[in-house]
Design a protein around this ligand. Structure first.
Ligand SMILES: Cc1ncc(COP(=O)(O)O)c(C=O)c1O
Length: 313
């Protein structure tokens, strides 16, 4: 086994198929169906060190999306949602984590190798590890430079974009590699109509004349849970939010742009293809929304209490 990546250095155990196993023992067979055909579904979730202790943010919604993603591929997760919740809480507690990233995954495992996965067992795992700002702390303050990718996002009649499936993430990998290779921090990917879809792992928001726009669900996007959070927070703050089509050209003339995502949280975009957006730093509406987002964890406002699953009860 190669050296452990730094991000996993402190991880002792992973939950795999019903039990907690040592990090080194959390293995799969090389003939695992999902390794060959990408037949897995997964989630990325954050646990925050909140004013009321460690709490998983929007766990129920992530779990619901996991089971819905699984449904698309006839993946029958052999555990009830409550069992995955219990396993996750126990994992976070026993690893002594206060804030972390959580990665549940369910996939067609080791069985006969062929495109029909129905004879392969469904394997399930949950890992958790400490993880800071995905695009860097500076990115949250200063914003990121992005490029429109030459790779297009597949449409939902090719691969359902509302399911979070392992295989199709090669599309995101290509877009990320291209952006980073060209000196940008992240990509924006257009859909087959040539309009804005999303980032490789983020949804896109635009601000114009004080109103907020984000790409609609039929634009070949993942229905991001941070996207839903941002829409709710923005509307509760009195902003008009439009779920719509955003053209490539509108990116360049936006007053503000930002990404949302579990990993990226609320990250300002300061330039697109070298064109400065607004003042070239975090804009006022983005700042307002980003503050409201991080205040959720600092303040645990009662009206959003349903969004939290406490780890210590
Ligand atoms: C392609 C894609 N779009 C959007 C998102 C944002 O979704 P969420 O806010 O649920 O993390 C993600 C992250 O999972 C993603 O991978």
């Amino acid at each position: 086994m190669t050296d452990r990546p730094e991000m996993f250095e402190g991880v002792d155990r992973i939950w795999q198929d019903g039990e907690f196993v040592n990090f080194e023992d959390a293995q799969v067979h090389v003939l695992t169906h999902a390794l060959h055909y990408g037949t897995g579904v997964f989630e990325g979730v954050r646990c925050y060190d909140t004013a009321e202790g460690p709490a998983i943010f929007r766990w129920d919604e992530h779990l619901e999306r996991l089971y819905e993603s699984a449904k698309v591929y006839d993946i029958e997760i052999p555990y009830e949602p409550a069992e995955l919740t219990e396993a996750t809480i126990e994992l976070i507690r026993s690893e002594g984590l206060e804030s972390c990233y959580i990665r549940p995954i369910a996939f067609y495992g080791y069985g006969p190798l062929g495109l029909n996965p129905s004879e392969s067992p469904v394997e399930t795992a949950i890992a958790a590890w400490p993880w800071g700002a995905y695009l860097g702390e500076e990115a949250l303050e200063e914003g990121v430079d992005v490029a429109v990718s030459s790779w297009r996002k597949y449409s939902s009649d090719e691969i359902p974009t509302n399911a979070k499936t392992t295989g199709p993430y090669v599309n995101s990998v290509l877009a990320s590699l291209e952006a980073r290779g060209n000196g940008y921090t992240e990509a924006v990917v257009l859909n087959e109509e040539g309009n804005v879809a999303e980032g490789p792992g983020e949804n896109v928001f635009l601000v114009r004349d004080g109103e907020i726009y984000t790409t609609g669900l039929s634009e070949s996007i993942l229905d991001g849970i941070t996207r839903q959070t941002a829409i709710t927070l923005a509307e509760d703050m009195g902003y008009e939010v439009h779920e719509t089509t955003i053209s490539r050209g509108e990116l360049y003339t936006a007053d503000e742009l930002f990404f949302t995502g579990t990993a990226a949280e609320v990250t300002p975009i300061r330039s697109v293809d070298g064109n400065q957006i607004g003042a070239g730093t975090k804009g006022p509406v983005t700042d307002d929304l980003q503050s409201a987002f991080f205040d959720l964890f600092e303040e645990r406002p009662a009206e959003y209490d349903d969004w939290f699953t406490d780890v210590e009860v």
